[in-house]
Design a protein around this ligand. Structure first.
Ligand SMILES: Cc1ncc(COP(=O)(O)O)c(C=O)c1O
Length: 347
């Protein structure tokens, strides 16, 4: 049985207080715009992100896919980092749903340089796909929860907008970046036409994400939400928990960051750890050395210890801290890694 789940920050369960927040939430038909709790959440997130309007959606993936489809036409190209979620983990949605190509960039740590963005923008003409959208991820998941500095966000958006591209921010862990850097979410998103927040990551809610942008953008997003079956009914039962998360679970993200930092420091010098990415927020990514357990072997050994982390490659692994793993879980993880990757454990 898994007792300590570091697979992802999606592994939280709603606690009693979060669940209780649903009981008194006013409800209505969301599809008709009549669910007061959902509307309150949308207004609150629009304000938090500094945008005119917002729309509640079931998942972050739907936020990304709807945004890409609103910004682009079939045959257009989306510029983004190679390991970004829209490329690696959305089932080919950009191609299947919006008919676009992705133009992946390999800039270090997923922070796209204005020079490489400008170089990636196709010359105008009838041969190349039309470069239409820049998509950035805050924080950068597969690079270890890296926080884009606000100057880099502005510079990337400036390069894209200067060439007439639209800009989109995948904010699955935007609040982690906000808590880590102290830069307000609206400031981070200032150069981006669309941006969203996920409530099912570190914020700890079971369902929901909110996509924000201009009133016109959100009206178009609603067309696709309706078309793709994302329009709901009494969605306030989910929105209430998202509001609870905004009120109670933002500042505490700092605890997740501190814990991730402590885990990384404790395992960095183990002989079986070949490489560990710098930890900025709640994600610890490390690689095991040749001659030591590879990712499948380590996952299996940890599972026997009642611990789950995830594999990103043959030797690349990820552990994520969140509401439901505290210092004792971290101690158990560190002790288990020391057993499997420490001096006496060579494979
Ligand atoms: C960076 C990033 N973007 C998008 C998503 C998709 O979010 P959801 O699981 O809510 O669809 C995730 C989820 O893991 C993510 O890490």
């Amino acid at each position: 049985m898994i007792r300590h789940d570091f697979h992802s920050d999606t592994q939280t369960r709603p606690g009693r207080a979060m669940l209780a927040s649903v009981l008194d939430a006013p409800l209505g038909d969301e599809q008709l715009g009549e669910d007061p709790t959902t509307r309150r959440l949308e207004e609150r997130v629009a304000e938090l992100l500094g945008k005119e309007a917002a729309v509640f959606l079931p998942s972050g993936t739907m936020c990304n896919e709807i945004a890409i489809a609103v910004h682009c036409r079939p045959g257009d190209a989306v510029i983004c980092a190679r390991r970004s979620h829209v490329v690696t983990a959305e089932g080919g949605g950009p191609a299947a749903l919006a008919g676009v190509m992705v133009h992946p960039l390999d800039d270090p740590r997923g922070i796209l340089d204005p020079g490489s963005i400008r170089a990636a923008i196709a010359p105008q003409g009838r041969y190349a796909p039309r470069s239409r959208l820049l998509c950035v991820e805050q924080t950068v998941n597969r690079e270890g929860g890296v926080v884009w500095p606000v100057a880099a966000l502005d510079a990337a958006a400036g390069a894209a907008r200067g060439a007439g591209l639209a800009t989109h921010m995948d904010g699955a862990r935007l609040m982690n970046a906000v808590v880590r850097s102290g830069v307000p979410a609206a400031r981070m998103a200032a150069g981006y036409d669309s941006v969203w927040l996920d409530f099912t990551k570190g914020l700890g809610a079971p369902i929901g994400a909110v996509l924000a942008g201009s009133r016109d953008f959100v009206a178009e997003a609603w067309r696709l939400k309706q078309r793709w079956g994302g329009a709901m009914r009494q969605s306030g039962v989910a929105a209430a928990m998202c509001l609870y998360a905004l009120d109670n679970n933002v500042e505490r993200l700092a605890e997740d960051h501190a814990l991730a930092g402590r885990i990384a420091a404790a395992i960095a010098d183990l002989p079986g750890v070949a490489r560990i990415l710098p930890v900025e927020t709640n994600i610890v990514i490390f690689e095991t050395a040749e001659g030591w357990p590879d990712a499948p072997a380590l996952l299996a050994a940890l599972a026997r210890d009642g611990i789950r982390i995830s594999a990103f490659g043959p030797r690349l692994l990820r552990a994520v801290t969140h509401l439901d793993v505290g210092p004792r879980a971290a101690e158990a993880l560190v002790a288990a890694l020391a057993r499997h990757l420490g001096p006496r454990a060579r494979a």
